[in-house]
Design a protein around this ligand. Structure first.
Ligand SMILES: [Zn+2]
Length: 247
């Protein structure tokens, strides 16, 4: 995400370790790493880098990535270098459950690279057993520090659930969103034509997903209780590009 470039092609691991140590040291003193010259090119996360971060550090890193995205100041991602650096292992800092919408690609809007985040994408960012298993793997086995549930504005799956749309297997998926439609308190027109209502349901849907993760996953609830991970919600605004974090 926001780490120092590899300065020596002969010893990339050493360069990354040194750079992260520097960056983390600066972060500890409240300095944003991206303010420093030479920290614009991202490398894949190492285990030491990821393990040194707290859940709050990871959330802050994602927020800074979205700020860069909105400012049009994305880091230079050398994907081939990131691929080479992560081929023998991955140490993602977070797992993101987000919608499959083509306009909401989590890695891009958070300015993350190869190896930085696990990404689970499904229409309407709903929770089911397989997704819970994926989130559990990310945190309990692979060591991710944050579960980020990300909804987005103008979500077609939310609109479909409001409309009671029916189509093959999609019907069952939309049924998982309907409790959020019913639970959304809203004064005004409760239809898919009303953007404000659609976005209010999307927010409820994110909060219900988080409740469901905690309720249905003893693994993740336990890790959160122990302070090893944080489970947080967010909303990506298609207009403006901001990821609004609920924590
Ligand atoms: Zn969507």
């Amino acid at each position: 995400m926001d780490r120092q470039p590899q300065t020596c092609c002969a010893a990339p691991n050493a360069a990354r370790r040194t750079s992260l140590k520097t960056a983390l040291g600066l972060m500890a003193f409240g300095m944003a790493a991206e303010l420093l010259p030479g920290l614009a090119q991202a490398a894949a996360l190492t285990k030491a880098q990821r393990d040194a971060m707290t859940p709050d550090d990871v959330i802050a890193m994602m927020k800074r990535g979205n700020e860069r995205f909105r400012a049009g100041k994305l880091q230079t991602h050398d994907y081939l270098a990131q691929k080479r650096a992560s081929v023998n292992g991955q140490y993602p800092a977070a797992v993101i459950l987000s919608c499959m919408d083509s306009r909401a690609p989590a890695e891009i809007i958070l300015d993350a690279g190869i190896g930085d985040t696990f990404n689970a994408r499904v229409a309407g960012n709903i929770v089911n057993d397989d997704l819970l298993g994926s989130l559990e793997y990310a945190c309990a086995v692979a060591g991710s520090k944050v579960v980020l549930v990300m909804g987005h504005t103008s979500c077609g799956a939310i609109k479909g659930a409001i409309d009671g749309a029916k189509l093959g297997n999609l019907t069952g998926l939309l049924d998982k969103i309907k409790p959020a439609v019913d639970a959304t308190k809203f004064d005004g027109e409760r239809t898919s034509k009303n953007d404000a209502f659609v976005d209010a349901v999307a927010a409820t849907n994110v909060r219900q997903a988080i409740d469901e993760i905690r309720r249905r996953s003893d693994v993740l609830a336990g890790l959160e209780k122990d302070g090893k991970i944080k489970i947080v919600g967010s909303m990506y605004h298609l207009v403006g590009g901001k990821v609004e974090f609920y924590a």
